[in-house]
Ligand binder design. Sequence first.
Ligand code: ADP
Length: 360
Amino acid sequence: MEIQLQNLTKKFPNRNRKHPGDVTAVNEFNFTIPDGQLIGLLGPSGCGKSTTLNLICGLEKPTSGKIFFGGEDVTGVEPEHRGVGMVFQNYALYPHLTVRKNIMFPLENLKGKDRLSKEEMEKRVLDAAKMVSLEELLDRKPRELSGGQQQRVAIARALVKMPRVLLLDEPLSNLDARLRLQTREEIRRIQRETKITTIFVTHDQEEALSISDLIVVMKEGILQQIGKPQEVYDQPANLFVAKFLGTPPINVFSGKVTDGQVKIGEETVLLADLPDQEVTVGIRPEGFVVDEDGTFSCALKGIEVLGRDISIVASHPAAENASIRAIVGSTRLNQDMAQAVFFSLKTDKVFLFDAKDGSR
Ligand code: ADP
């Protein structure tokens, strides 16, 4: 099911008397989520991710704008008639019901012509449980399950009505690091098998990059960029996106354009057909190459062996916090600690931003 958001806006009244006026949680969203993909909705806390999900599933009504599912306007349609399955951060399982009854719950509430026979319900529950590898645990209660298993019950419960759209709100945030990795692979697999259009909310850029077909980056209710993970990483739309994506984060320098040359300090890092101006220069950690003939010099502060690569921390006067981090292949570093380290730069890893508003 393709989902289209058209001028979608949600404002909440502001309860903060010192700063009167509405809070615009979602501001004029215009984008289309293609059918059958896994979409990562990414941004810092408070940027409007949950509000966007709630608008799509119908738990919130938009202030203005429309939502279409496969071309059909569903803006006024009640949540239970939208064909949406939702998984919340805290799973919201019924503690007194078995796994089987928890998964069956949405089916038991179907009314009129939608009602299913007991046999049909049992079959649907078993199919959903198999999909998330829970068929052995159907008679347990939620408290007898691990966090990851509880999460899978919540997913099975969302799948049992065979929704057209699956919405997951920070589904991994209550799991420990190891389970988080495992469960995110599991969600990827389930999505591939069911081909249900799935929207996955997260504030964790690494999670979004690793799992999504398409990433939607948001900030303060405003869409920043939408694209494939690699595209968004390699072609960030602005400084915010460039800084939000990537581990370790991008290195940021104040620079200037003089006579078509982009300079950081005295060093020319790029040629650019731009008028003379101040610019912000972003260099990805992997954009540095240790090179004795390189002219970008930094003072070496530390080296950390990561296995295949090494991480270099160095200082540079024009860098944010006067510090940079480079990730380089395990070349031998001949320099002694506390000496200068020389780099050449990979120009496709160097980005220019407007010094004032961070646009590209
Ligand atoms: P996220 O999911 O990205 O953390 P939210 O969608 O929860 O962000 O919130 C976006 C903004 O809208 C925040 O400023 C939040 O305080 C505000 N907000 C969300 N829900 C409500 C509400 N029911 N009433 C008032 N303000 C709200």
